[in-house]
Design a binder for this molecule. Structure first.
Ligand code: FE2
Length: 446
């Protein structure tokens, strides 16, 4: 492919990096390996967001004062591009209509409006060989919403429209970058669908941020609600129902009530953690987000991104992916909630998504000492079972075996490095997907 200064490149997802003792960086793209110097780390970081070749060369020039180093870094850039570690996303930017200013690639584009967005909304804009995370509000498939939430939704009375208001914690994003006031809280977005617009919704009480992809029409409605030019009472009932389901529209007292409920829940969990040594967190992911996560990780698994465990004696019939971008996003969002429960602040250190197949088991073990806290979240299960029948994780506390059973969207928080834990054989006909979020003390060096 011919490169020119205006070509926009972006780091390819799922790269494997190995740094050896002679400061050689090996970058593996599928079956190909590119050998580079340490410049490769700087360059891959630069291209974590779309960036023009000209801007990248300018930034490398500013970073490396010595001419020899500068030349070597630029040569590495071209080697990474030729090897497939950086790919041309110029065409995608045009196709999605996402305005891209090559002179200011890191600037927030939050000043774009829905009206300025042009181009096709369809999935044809997405590269066919790629898997993106997307929780689309116009998605009418409900089969991956956990059954307990589907049942609850069917029983729930739709509030009258004039009793709803725009959630003050909802923030519209129309361009490439999240709104500036949220950007520091939104790392790990590389696998998010480039389709725009979307809206970020913060849950009162957990402070987690959840993205919802909107149609142009839905975004226009959110924009007009924010501007006060229309009121919820004037909305089409189907549009309002979808916005309400994603908590973009809420009842006026809902925010305070939810914050209050989580406050009590966290106090209970904190106390429970002291006495039981583990805490069970229920329904920590919004059902629409869970459905999207289930779809995303199923697709990753079907395309072979989850690999069989190398130690079958320890973890049998299990496929895993480590530090996957969207898993890290989820872990990062959960961090604030975990910090309200643990006795001392923690930070995310490592994540793992594992699919357990029928016959799977996990032998008795403790986690590595640096991973002080483990939050194991059930992302998916087939079939979906009620709590009483769910596959338990066993934790040994003071010589007693505690069985913890979780439904999809529930998690258990415990000191995995201190307490022995395991899972007995998963019965035939069942599979379970878990997201393990490991946390280290906030002040830990590693
Ligand atoms: Fe473990």
């Amino acid at each position: 492919m011919k490169l020119n200064p205006e070509t926009i490149l972006k780091r390819r997802p799922y790269l494997r990096l190995v740094l050896n003792s002679s400061d050689e960086v090996q970058v593996s793209v599928e079956s190909k390996t590119i050998k580079c110097g340490l410049h490769a780390l700087v360059i891959l970081e630069l291209f974590s967001r779309p960036l023009s070749v000209a801007d990248a060369i300018r930034q490398l020039g500013a970073r490396y004062a010595a001419q020899g180093e500068r030349v070597a870094a630029i040569a590495t850039l071209f080697r990474l591009q030729e090897g497939g570690a950086l790919r041309d996303v110029s065409a995608r930017d045009e196709a999605t209509g996402a305005a891209h200013d090559p002179n200011a690639p890191h600037d927030s584009s939050g000043d774009e409006t829905v009206e300025n967005l042009t181009g096709d909304e369809s999935d044809e804009n997405l590269a066919s060989d790629e898997i993106y995370f997307e929780c689309a509000l116009d998605d009418t498939t409900r089969d991956l919403i956990p059954y307990r939430e589907r049942d609850a939704g069917a029983d729930r009375q739709t509030p009258t429209l004039d009793a709803l208001t725009l959630n003050p914690r909802a923030s519209l994003q129309t361009g490439d970058e999240p709104p500036a006031h949220l950007s520091a809280r939104l790392p790990f977005l590389d696998r998010f669908s480039p389709r725009r617009p979307l809206v970020w919704v913060e849950t009162a009480g957990t402070e987690t941020l959840a993205p919802y992809w909107l149609t142009r029409e839905q975004a226009r409605v959110v924009e007009q609600l924010g501007a006060g030019t229309i009121a919820p009472a004037g909305l089409d009932s189907d549009v309002a129902a979808r916005l309400a389901e994603a908590e973009i529209l809420i009842a006026p007292d809902e925010d305070a009530a939810r914050a209050d409920a989580w406050q009590h829940t966290c106090e209970d969990l904190r106390r429970g953690l002291q006495t039981d040594q583990y805490a069970v967190l229920r329904k920590i992911i919004h059902p629409l987000q869970l459905a999207a996560l289930r779809r995303y990780f199923r697709a990753l698994d079907e395309r072979g991104h989850l690999k069989a465990s190398s130690n079958k004696h320890y973890a049998h019939r299990r496929r895993s992916v480590y530090d996957e971008e969207t898993a890290r996003f989820v872990q990062h969002q959960i961090n604030a909630l975990v910090n309200r429960i643990t006795p001392a602040p923690v930070r995310p250190s490592h994540s793992q998504v594992s699919v357990y197949q029928p016959g799977a088991f996990l032998r008795r073990h403790k986690d590595q000492p640096q991973y002080v806290w483990n939050l194991s979240l059930v992302l998916d299960a087939a079939p979906e079972l009620e709590e009483a029948s769910a596959w338990p994780i066993c934790v040994e506390v003071e010589g007693q075996t505690r069985e913890v059973r979780l439904e999809i969207g529930d998690a258990v928080l415990y000191r995995g490095a201190e307490f022995t834990h395991w899972r007995d054989v998963l019965p035939d006909g069942q599979s379970v997907t878990l997201l393990f979020c490991f946390f280290s003390p906030a002040d830990a060096q590693t």
